[in-house]
Design a protein. Structure first.
Length: 291
């Protein structure tokens, strides 16, 4: 039997092909389209999903069933002695805390270790890769959980939205605010740190929003992440719910702005895109875990 298995959910942006290559398991997140349930990476292609989103189809997210989570744990425990489970941050979903409670049950206690390090999207993806690397070095599940959670506060994300329509649907902004933003071509830049999502700046047009996000990350590297940046221990990352062409342009702009730094880019998960909407762009950074 193998020692330590890694599991995450599709909010990490990791789908089947990469999961198989990494030797990990990914729980597909459920979401509803006009009251019919779908699972990311299983029932619907990315093109179909964004087509529905742009047409205004009613799309909403849902927490995974604890039964599904438990079944995946049971299957993995036939192959592994212990499991590290890295779900969506508890700040964004109650499913993380529910999984933590379930991991304390007799069947899973001491075998399943749920990580809550405040990650989502590409930073969450990076945490999974870090966990895989640590298993290869022989770290235990308990050690991996501790190491990942110790860098909980060392993460920041800036997201430029093309519209407030989807935040309006989620109840985060009013209909009047969303309408005014669209009329005035206001593209808000949102800031997500561990546990909080706030409006960072309102920009006239997406070109301005891109510059604001890049300047914000430059400031982060000069201040909050200065020590880690100077030591070469910062991951730079990007994300997109836009087209491949726009995503490529965004990546080129980031690489030009941060010469010499590697940039990891993901397409945003369906669950996050339900709230952000199509044509959103993001940039963020997180620190390499100190082993």
């Amino acid at each position: 039997m193998k020692k330590t298995g890694i599991m995450t959910d599709s909010h990490s942006g990791i789908l089947n092909e990469e999961a198989e290559r990494l030797g990990i398991k990914v729980l597909p997140m459920p979401f509803y389209i006009e009251e019919k349930v779908y699972r990311e990476g299983v029932d619907l292609s990315r093109e179909e999903f964004y087509d529905m989103l742009r047409k205004g189809t009613d799309v909403s997210t849902s927490q995974p069933s604890l039964v599904d989570v438990a079944e995946m744990w049971k299957e993995m425990l036939k192959e592994y002695e212990e499991i590290v489970y890295i779900p969506l941050s508890s700040a964004l979903s109650g499913s993380c805390m529910a999984a933590m409670a379930m991991a304390n049950e007799d069947e899973f206690a001491g075998k399943v270790f749920v990580v809550d390090n405040g990650r989502v999207a590409t930073p969450m993806h990076r945490s999974v890769l870090d966990a895989v690397e640590m298993t290869e070095k022989g770290y235990s599940a308990a050690e991996i959980k501790k190491i990942l959670e110790e860098t909980r506060e060392k993460m920041t994300i800036y997201i430029g939205l093309s519209t407030l329509e989807y935040l309006k649907k989620g109840g985060r902004v009013s209909s009047v605010t969303a309408l005014a933003a669209d009329v005035l071509n206001i593209k808000p830049v949102m800031h997500f740190s561990t546990g909080t999502l706030d409006t960072y700046q309102k920009c006239r047009g997406m070109k301005k929003a891109r510059k604001v996000m890049i300047d914000a990350i430059k400031h982060e590297l000069e201040t909050n992440f200065r020590e880690e940046y100077e030591a070469g221990n910062v991951y730079l990352m990007a994300a997109s719910s836009s087209t491949d062409e726009v995503t490529a342009e965004w990546m080129a702009q980031i690489k030009e702005s941060f010469p010499g730094m590697d940039v990891m880019c993901d397409k945003l998960s369906f669950g996050l895109s339900c709230h952000i909407g199509p044509d959103g762009l993001g940039i963020g950074c997180t620190c390499k875990p100190v082993e």
